[in-house]
Ligand binder design. Structure first.
Ligand code: C2E
Ligand code: SIN
Ligand code: SIN
Ligand code: FE
Ligand code: FE
Length: 409
């Protein structure tokens, strides 16, 4: 037991993606304690968000290959629920049967959960996810310990000890993911400081347009809703950072009031791979997506974009065959990652619609004519169709940033 716990710690440390890591922790925690089901709640301010869940009994009722779909919900961090109590007090609770809780206790089991899922919860072990520096980050819960005949039994003292170990691993993983996230947001702020006139609102609009296009594209391609939800967050930050490489471009070019000469434009083009470089090593989903977007947001569907296949450390053309079809050099069509194709469209829509140091804003009808005309040229034709399908929504985003609503409070 000790040996497998120790090697587990090493294995989990090699997983950098929060979602994969939390799934794995939950799976192993259930396995070690013999639990039928388990959940992880993540704290967001004064609420606990139900974030990951597994349930063997319910999974068995599904057709093979199908995954359970849970509605997402959150509960307050307070003493009225079991998970809320654990998060607030920092104490663990080992409950033999959630239907036999004494009325004297402040917390209740929410029976609605069982009714909705057609499941019968009995024993439940709930632990806080705590780190010394961040405090309580969430809650780990395992449900219905089973004996070797499949009968539900209470969780033992030994289970408690093993679960403390898992809770510590999960807490560290969560903390690490939040540090990644806040570091990325600071990078967005740093690039806005460099170029405050153009960067601030541009970055937010491009991110919002990009997510709207992505959601519609993903539904057309039958991407599961859970994956869309995860990608939204990752892609929003990546889109915000598409031009982060411009921090390395000198002011005389970046802020030039007139047209760039060809040498200046060559220099400007470097913002793509310089941006991508900042996210190495690509150890998390955020880093991978941000690098992809920075590198590919000026590629064109017809292959005439830049920088093409380059070594991101030097900007020199790749030597090896770096395309799926074995070719090297340019990137075109679906060999451009979809996040890159989407930001390419969102970025130009915003750049044409806006005044820049070097140009006036274009009239709406000219912007739309340009985009329609570049369908299959500069832009992915499918994305151009989606663009016009959701144009109302894009317009609302544009209006919002033109006349931001007074913030409440
Ligand atoms: P940006 O101003 O945010 O523009 C993003 C992209 O929108 C451009 O990528 C281009 O594809 C499109 N775009 C912007 N304005 C026009 C336009 O008037 N006509 C057309 N057809 N497309 C337009 P691109 O060209 O690769 O430029 C990348 C970045 O380089 C620009 O970002 C801007 O920061 C800078 N840049 C490009 N041209 C000039 C220029 O003439 N003067 C200055 N000062 N900067 C420029
Ligand atoms: C650029 O894309 O770098 C230029 C402008 C932009 O991407 O917003
Ligand atoms: C990490 O690498 O620290 C996790 C970030 C993530 O991919 O969610
Ligand atoms: Fe750019
Ligand atoms: Fe841009």
């Amino acid at each position: 037991m000790l040996k497998s716990l120790l090697s587990l710690g090493v294995e989990l440390n090699q997983i950098h993606d929060l979602d994969i890591l939390m799934e794995r922790i939950l799976e192993r925690a259930r396995h070690f304690s013999g639990a039928d089901a388990g959940s992880v709640y993540i704290r967001e301010g004064d609420r606990l968000k139900f974030s990951y869940t597994q349930n063997r009994t319910l999974e068995r009722r599904l057709a093979p290959g199908r995954k359970l779909v849970y509605t997402t919900y959150s509960i307050p961090v307070d003493k009225t629920s079991i998970a809320g109590y654990v998060a607030e007090s920092g104490e663990f609770l080992n409950i033999e049967n959630v239907y036999d809780l004494s009325d004297n206790l402040s917390y209740r089991f929410n029976k609605e959960m069982d009714t909705l899922a057609d499941y019968r919860t009995a024993s439940m072990l709930t632990l806080p996810l705590v780190t010394p520096t961040s405090g309580t980050m969430g809650v780990l819960q395992v449900i219905n310990a089973q004996d070797d005949k499949g009968r539900t039994i209470p969780f033992s003292t030994e289970d408690e000890e093993v679960m403390f170990h898992f809770a510590a691993l999960a807490a560290v993983a969560l903390e690490r993911a939040q540090i990644t996230r806040s570091a990325i947001l600071r990078l967005v702020e740093a690039s806005a400081l460099r170029d405050p006139l153009e960067t601030g609102a541009h970055v937010n609009r491009v991110a919002e347009y990009s997510i709207t296009l992505y959601e519609n594209w993903a539904r057309c391609h039958s991407v599961p809703e859970e994956e869309i939800t995860i990608n939204r967050d990752v892609f929003r930050m990546a889109a915000m950072l598409h031009d982060v490489g411009k921090i390395a471009i000198p002011d005389r070019i970046l802020k030039k009031p007139g047209k760039l000469d060809s040498e200046e434009f060559e220099r400007m083009k470097e913002h793509t791979f310089i941006g991508a470089r900042l996210f190495q090593p690509f150890e998390s989903a955020y880093n991978r997506a941000a690098a992809e977007v920075a590198l590919c947001h000026h590629e064109r569907w017809d292959g005439k974009g830049y920088p093409g296949c380059v070594e991101i450390m030097t900007g020199a053309p790749c030597k090896g065959a770096c395309q799926a079809d074995g070719s090297s050099g340019t990137k075109a069509g679906e060999s451009i990652p979809v996040f890159g194709r989407i930001v390419a469209l969102a970025d130009v829509f915003d750049a044409l619609s806006s005044k820049r140091a070097y140009k006036e804003s274009w009239k709406e009808k000219d912007v739309l004519a340009y985009i329609r005309n570049e369908k299959g040229g500069q832009f992915d034709p499918e994305l151009v169709d989606i663009f016009f399908d959701v144009y109302d929504e894009l317009k609302r985003i544009q209006d919002f940033y033109a006349h931001p609503e007074p913030s409440a409070g």
